[in-house]
Design a protein around this ligand. Structure first.
Ligand code: PEP
Ligand code: CO
Length: 460
C-alpha cells in the first residue's frame, strides 16, 4: 500500500478552504446525500483507473498521445427529450459524441502513427467553477449557474436554489451514460471495420468529412493488406474494441467523497466517480480542500494551469499530489491563451523538469481563448484554438518535452458556438444553434478539422 499522509481521509478536505462550492441552503440534506452515495455502486473499478495511469505513463514517455475531450457542462435536459423521430435524445447525443471522438482518434492514430489514449469529459461533468458568484438579470441579481448537479439553469432565483437531490440524479445519469459508452465501445460500434459508419451526415458532406472518408478508405485498405498477409483480424481484439475512459473536474467535493472507496485488491483509496479527475484552475491552491482531497486518492489526476500559475507553485503541486513520483499519476493541462503560451509555458516546463517530476503535458486551447461578441455571445475562434496548440507544441519542442495531448470542449452536433474552421462560421451564424450551458464547444466538423491539423503538427 502506498504511504499517504496519515492525517488524510476521504473527508479531511473539510478542514481546508473549499472554493467554488454551492451555497447549499440545508447542509444536513447534503450530508444525507453523501451518506446515500456511500451505499451506491462505484461507477468505475480501481483496476481501470490503474490501467489509465499506466497508459498515461506511456504518454509521459512520448510513446502515446492523450485525447481528452467532451462537453463543457453536461446537461440534465439532454436526458429529458426525444428527437424528431421519437428516439431518446440522450442515446443519440452520446452516440454522436462517441462517433466524433472515434473519428478524431482515428485521424490522430493514423496520421501520427501513435497510440491515442481516449478520455471523455463525460459521465459526471455536471458541475462548473465560475468567475463570478452572481449573474445580473433584468429582475436583479441571481446566483450564477454552477451546473445541473447543483441547480437548474433557468435564470430565476427559484431555479438557482441549490438542491442536493440533484447530486443523486447526476450520479444516476452518469451511470447510464457510462453504461452506454461501455456498450458502444465494447459491443461492436467502435470496431475498426465501422470506420466509415462513424461519419455522420452533416459531417460527411463537408470538406473535412470527405477528407475523413478518404482516410477511412486507407484504413480499410491497410486492414485488407494485413488480412492478405495472413493476419487473423477476427482474432485481434484491438481492432474490434476500444477503451474510452471517463473524466470530469473533481469540483463538488461532497460528490467525490461519496464515491470514494478503498480498493479491495490494494487497500488504496480511489475516487470511483470517474477514471481520471482534474483540479480546475480556480481550485488548485496547494493548501486548499481540492488538493487535499486528491492527494489521497490513487486515480490519475489532472491540474489545470492558467496564466497565474507560478513555476514554484506548480512544483509544489507536483510534490503534494505525487510525492512518490509515480509515472502517469499527474497530467498538467495548460490553458494560457494563444498569445501567452510562449511567455508563460517555458518557465513551467523547465521548473517541473528541474524538479525531476515526470508528468504528462497537455494543451487545453479552449479556456484561455474565450471572448464575448458585440451581440453578447460567449465564443472562441478556431484560429486562436489552433494557435494555442501550435504555440504549445513549439514550446514543448524547444524545451525537449513531449507535447502529450490536447483537452477539448466539443459536441457531436452541428452547433454554432465557436467561430471559424473550414466552414468559416461567422458572428452572424452564432445564433442559429447556440445551445451550450456554459462555454462554447467545437461542433462535429470543427472537431474533425482540428484533428487533421493536429495530426499534421504531430508529424512535423
Ligand atoms: C473547464 O475545463 O470547463 C474549466 C472551467 O476549466 P478551467 O479550470 O481551466 O478554467
Ligand atoms: Co469549459
Amino acid at each position: 500500500m502506498a504511504v499517504v499522509d496519515s492525517t488524510w481521509s476521504p473527508s479531511s478536505w473539510r478542514d481546508r478552504e473549499a472554493l467554488q462550492q454551492p451555497a447549499w441552503p440545508d447542509r444536513e440534506a447534503v450530508a444525507r446525500v453523501v451518506g446515500r452515495l456511500h451505499t451506491l455502486p462505484p461507477l468505475v473499478f480501481a483496476g481501470e483507473a490503474r490501467q489509465v495511469q499506466a497508459a498515461l505513463a506511456q504518454v509521459a514517455q512520448g510513446k502515446a498521445f492523450l485525447l481528452q475531450a467532451g462537453d463543457c457542462a453536461e446537461s440534465f435536459h439532454d436526458f429529458e427529450r426525444l428527437t424528431e423521430t421519437g428516439a431518446a435524445y440522450s442515446a443519440v447525443m452520446i452516440r454522436q459524441r462517441l462517433q466524433i471522438l472515434l473519428q478524431m482518434a482515428a485521424v490522430l492514430t493514423y496520421g501520427a502513427a501513435l497510440p491515442v489514449l481516449k478520455v471523455g469529459r463525460i459521465a459526471g461533468q455536471f458541475v462548473k467553477p465560475r468567475s463570478r458568484d452572481v449573474e445580473v438579470t433584468p429582475d436583479g441579481e441571481i446566483p450564477v449557474f454552477r451546473g445541473h448537479m447543483v441547480h437548474d439553469d433557468l435564470p430565476t432565483l427559484d431555479a438557482r436554489l441549490p438542491d442536493p437531490a440533484r447530486i443523486l440524479e447526476g450520479y444516476h445519469l452518469s451511470a447510464s451514460t457510462l453504461n452506454l459508452v461501455r456498450g458502444f465501445t465494447k459491443g461492436g460500434f467502435a470496431d475498426l471495420t465501422q470506420v466509415h459508419a462513424w461519419n455522420q451526415d452533416f459531417v460527411a458532406t463537408s470538406s473535412q468529412g470527405k477528407r475523413y472518408e478518404a482516410l477511412a478508405s486507407e484504413i480499410e485498405r491497410a486492414l485488407a493488406f494485413m488480412a492478405a498477409c495472413g493476419i487473423d483480424l477476427a482474432a485481434t481484439p484491438q481492432l474490434h474494441q476500444v477503451d474510452v475512459w471517463t473524466s470530469h473536474e473533481g469540483l463538488l467535493l461532497d460528490y467525490e467523497e461519496g464515491l470514494t472507496r478503498r480498493d479491495s485488491l490494494t487497500g488504496d483509496w480511489y475516487d470511483c466517480s470517474a477514471h481520471m479527475l482534474w483540479i480546475g484552475d480556480r481550485t488548485r491552491a496547494p493548501d486548499g480542500a481540492h488538493v487535499e482531497f486528491f492527494s489521497g486518492v490513487h486515480n490519475p489526476i489532472g491540474i489545470k494551469l492558467g496564466p497565474s500559475a507560478a513555476p514554484e507553485e506548480v512544483v509544489e503541486l507536483c510534490e503534494r499530489l505525487n510525492p512518490e513520483r509515480l509515472a502517469g499519476r499527474l497530467t498538467l493541462i495548460t490553458r494560457m491563451g494563444a498569445a501567452r503560451v510562449a511567455g508563460a509555458l517555458p518557465p513551467l516546463l523547465r521548473a517541473v523538469a528541474d524538479a525531476e517530476h515526470e508528468v504528462v503535458w497537455v494543451c487545453d486551447p479552449m479556456h484561455g481563448n474565450g471572448f464575448t461578441t458585440a451581440g453578447g455571445r460567449k465564443t472562441r475562434h478556431f484560429d486562436a484554438i489552433m494557435a494555442e496548440i501550435e504555440a504549445f507544441f513549439a514550446a514543448c519542442r524547444e524545451e525537449g518535452v513531449w507535447p502529450g495531448g490536447v483537452h477539448l470542449e466539443y459536441t457531436g452536433e452541428d452547433v454554432t458556438e465557436c467561430l471559424g474552421g473550414s466552414e468559416e462560421l461567422a458572428e452572424e451564424h452564432l445564433d442559429a444553434r447556440y445551445e451550450t450551458l456554459c462555454d462554447p464547444r467545437l461542433n462535429g466538423r470543427q472537431s474533425l478539422d482540428l484533428a487533421f491539423r493536429l495530426a499534421e503538427l504531430m508529424r512535423r
